[in-house]
Design a protein around this ligand. Structure first.
Ligand SMILES: [Zn+2]
Length: 249
């Protein structure tokens, strides 16, 4: 079963970002992808608690409408209430049926320090939910994601984009932090995926495409052209994430 660990649904007209559930399902069907992690769009206005809640509610509804296809992740930010987002993370995970929390420190303009995001990570750790964290620019350098993973060893931290051009640093961070998982969208080349699998094992590398910003087919090609063994490819394409999320199959 192929599972895509990173997608966004919803519309942000001011930024021209848009993906409907039907559009994602069509890409999944065309590429043989059984299930997809879906997050709200992450944009400056969603640091406002009411907007953040509305977006998480939307993902909750879609997950209920398509339970066999969509795995919902909510978004939380340190600005989501006086508790630095802990309450909204908890609501998303316990009331809306979402399975993880996405953090986007660049679009939401905060630093990846424990005093900023620790409350959210503690909720996720207590509920056994993974945190998907953007990476790939200076504010989102893999070493910052790695430090956070080391500071919260009980939380499964999925590094979105495996550092992009800083992929070597992402791999080094994952060598140090056993609770760090690398998600492949935005990796510069299939060789980067191969290097990650060689260094930390295919159990900790997961396919992501980051639709609508990249086509799903591009994400799949990065894995299929990495020259992995059949077992490793199967893990990266879906088995590893299924294990992390406790999904059947
Ligand atoms: Zn994303």
């Amino acid at each position: 079963m192929i599972i895509d660990a990173h997608n966004h649904l919803g519309e942000v007209p001011a930024l021209g970002w848009r993906q409907t559930p039907e559009e994602l399902l069509a890409q999944m069907d065309a590429n043989g992808v059984a299930r997809a992690v879906v997050c709200p769009q992450t944009y400056p206005q969603s640091t406002v608690l009411a907007v953040n809640q509305e977006d998480n509610n939307y993902i909750g509804r879609l997950t209920q409408e398509h339970p066999s296809r969509f795995i919902g992740f909510g978004v939380s930010t340190p600005y989501s209430g006086s508790d630095k987002g802990a309450g909204e993370a908890e609501r998303a995970l316990t009331k809306l049926g979402l399975r993880g929390i996405k953090l986007h420190q660049r679009y939401h303009a905060y630093h990846l320090r424990p005093d900023m995001v620790g409350a959210i990570l503690e909720v996720c750790g207590a509920l056994g939910a993974p945190v998907l964290i953007h990476s790939g620019d200076v504010r989102s350098h893999p070493s910052l994601v790695g430090c956070l993973a080391l500071a919260f060893p009980k939380v499964t931290v999925i590094m979105g984009h495996m550092g992009q051009n800083y992929y070597a640093d992402a791999i080094d961070a994952a060598r140090l932090a056993p609770n760090l998982i690398l998600e492949t969208s935005g990796a510069p080349a299939p060789d980067c995926v191969a290097a990650a699998v060689k260094a930390i094992g295919s159990e900790r590398v997961v396919l992501g495409s980051d639709t609508p910003f990249y086509p799903l087919a591009t994400g799949l090609r990065l894995i299929r052209e990495a020259g992995l063994s059949a077992a490793d490819e199967g893990n990266v394409l879906g088995h590893s994430l299924a294990r992390i999320l406790g999904l059947a199959g």
